[in-house]
Design a protein around this ligand. Structure first.
Ligand code: B12
Length: 221
């Protein structure tokens, strides 16, 4: 595909999310797959750019919640099409270990966590996504039952980020803290927050989250 046509395609993806056009977002995601486009680029420069822009408009008071919800729905619809395809990428064939992901209790923001999951899957990890608004006890029980190498906790609200700490504290109480690396993410989190609550790492985007996990597991490829 020519660069100009590709750029126009990617811009349509951005606009589909920005304008909350769910059907258009799905159509564009399917076209990207049919055209054999690089799905990581499609995700980052197309759909993700759209939800970021919608978020900025919301923060500036130019978008109201219903518009933001439509943008989020369009983003999720595109993700649902892309996620299974990303699992088929070359890196996805071999399993490099199990990762559990969850958005913490009281928090329904799941777009970022789902993208992190898609990138990790594409990098060869077996991802168990517990979903959003997940009770701490479910997270702990899943860690005990599944014995993942990594537990990734997402929180987008300043009111819910404390659950990341509560889960780490529960892992300590259950004697499981040393058996799993815990990483945290989401808008209010930071390296400083991760250190403060005793997490093993933090990342502010999905690509770096994969690098972080590779580093924690001593994986070089
Ligand atoms: C989309 C959105 C929504 C959607 C969520 C849809 C969905 N299914 O996810 C809807 C409209 C439903 C929503 C609802 C609400 N929202 Co909202 N929302 C957003 C918005 C605009 C974008 C979030 C997003 O999806 N970004 C795109 C993704 C790709 O980015 P991301 O989540 O940051 O994820 C990346 C990184 O953080 C990182 N990452 C994420 N998770 C993890 C996990 C790990 C382990 C790692 C390593 C990395 C990592 O990698 C990701 C990919 O690169 C943010 C604004 C913002 N700046 O974040 C507000 C925002 C988070 N929302 C906010 C608020 C207040 C709310 C509501 C309370 C609004 C209301 N009055 O009802 C409710 C909350 C309901 C609840 N109980 O959870 C505030 C939070 C303020 C605060 N300080 O707490 C924000 C910051 C907006 C604002 N500026 O006021 N929201």
């Amino acid at each position: 595909m020519q660069d100009l046509v590709k750029d126009a395609f990617i811009d349509k993806m951005r606009m589909a999310v920005l304008e909350g056009e769910e059907d258009e977002a799905v159509t564009m995601a399917k076209k990207a797959i049919d055209e054999g486009m690089d799905l990581v680029t499609v995700m980052n420069e197309g759909f993700l750019a759209g939800i970021r822009e919608a978020g900025e408009l919301y923060a500036a008071g130019d978008y109201y919640l219903p518009e933001l919800v439509c943008s989020a729905d369009a983003m999720k619809a595109a993700l649902a099409v892309l996620d299974p395809e990303m699992r088929k990428l070359p890196g996805g064939v071999k399993s490099s270990g199990k990762i559990i992901l969850a958005t913490v209790k009281g928090d329904i923001h799941d777009i970022g966590k789902t993208i992190v999951g898609a990138m990790m899957t594409a990098s060869g990890y077996e991802v168990i996504d517990l979903g959003a608004d997940v009770d701490n006890s479910v997270v702990i029980q899943s860690v005990i039952a599944q014995e993942p190498l990594i537990l990734g906790l997402s929180a987008l609200l300043t009111t819910t980020m404390n659950e990341q700490k509560h889960i780490i504290d529960s892992l300590i109480e259950n004697g499981f803290r040393s058996k799993v690396k815990v990483i945290v993410g989401g808008a209010p989190a930071s390296h400083e927050w991760a250190r403060k609550i005793g997490a093993d790492g933090y990342s502010d985007n999905a690509m770096d989250a994969v690098r972080l996990v590779n580093g924690l597991l001593g994986r070089t490829d």
